[in-house]
Design a protein around this ligand. Structure first.
Ligand SMILES: [Zn+2]
Length: 301
């Protein structure tokens, strides 16, 4: 029995290699190094996608995942690729990106690697628009995260058909876990008396829409674009007029401006996590959202 299982695993691995066209580098033979263990190496552009991939590829033999940008990077707005990032990119068999403009800093670089197939998590999804640009933060809502997981698993399956069943099975297991948390979140957030919130940047647009909350004010359009004195006054005015429940900071960014705004407006400050950084753990997104739920349970009541 054991031999049969090992045989099947090897067969599966061989089929997956044939399917993906992954061949160990020929130069390794001449350099005297032992040939690298071949397989499908998936590189994700940033943390939320990395966590999705840990789930979608869980226990799939021969498939490895690494994250291009450092875990603590946060949202990728205006990110610059480091030489180390470039090296990781060169080793990718498949690159998974969010799309909707989140990785626009990579456009030029990717043209240098036309051979690396790209899986786009937001492909075909509906966007909330801001000033003519799609808001890329789909994963911050649970519906958006589920759609992206499903999207990735389907596109991955077409690039690596030998593991199609495993990807589909893993993604439905993961989506079921998100469903359970989503029901619990609706049970708590739906009846909350306070519906108006102020957030640090545009990360919570989909989340707010999903739970019927109104983002009355945004402290910074994009991280790093600090509001002018005039804009600050407008934000404070908005928060007072709309009786905003709380100003939400994000753990990845400085909180000084948001705290000053909250103080001036006389409202409380809490942290909401857009799940753009965190531990190397496949349950991290669920844990972060559970923590957000605990914060909202306090802030909206
Ligand atoms: Zn962002």
């Amino acid at each position: 029995m054991k031999k049969l299982v090992i045989g099947l695993l090897i067969l599966g691995l061989l089929l997956s290699l044939a399917g993906c066209g992954v061949i160990p580098l020929a130069s390794e033979k001449t350099s005297g190094q032992p040939p690298q263990k071949a397989g499908v190496h998936i590189v994700t552009s940033f943390y939320p996608l990395y966590i999705m991939l840990l789930n979608i590829t869980a226990d799939v033999e021969g498939v490895t995942v690494s994250n291009l940008t450092r875990k603590e990077t946060g949202c990728l707005h205006d990110y610059q690729l480091s030489p180390g990032d470039m090296q990781k990119l060169q080793g990718a068999d498949i690159l998974v990106i969010n799309g909707a403009g989140m990785e626009s800093f990579m456009d030029k670089v990717m043209r240098q690697y036309p051979q690396i197939p790209i899986v786009e998590a937001s492909q075909g999804l509906e966007f909330i628009m801001h000033d003519g640009h799609p808001n890329p933060h789909l994963w911050v809502s649970l519906n958006g995260a589920k759609k992206e997981v499903d999207n990735i698993s389907r596109q991955l399956a077409s690039l690596d058909p030998s593991n199609q069943e495993a990807y589909a099975r893993n993604s439905s297991t993961y989506i079921e876990k998100i469903n359970q948390l989503q029901s619990e979140m609706h049970r708590v957030i739906d009846p909350a008396p306070q519906r108006q919130i102020a957030t640090f940047h545009e990360a919570f647009a989909y989340f707010a829409s999903e739970f019927d909350l109104q983002v009355a004010a945004v402290v910074e359009r994009e991280p790093g674009s600090e509001p002018s004195a005039g804009e600050l006054a407008d934000i404070i005015e908005e928060i007072k007029n709309k009786k905003v429940a709380a100003v939400f900071t994000e753990p990845q960014y400085p909180t000084t401006v948001a705290e000053a705004i909250a103080r001036e407006s006389g409202v409380a400050v809490y942290a909401l996590d857009p799940a753009v950084s965190g531990p190397d753990d496949k349950n991290a997104y669920l844990d972060i959202m559970q923590q957000n739920l605990e914060v909202l349970r306090e802030a909206l009541y």
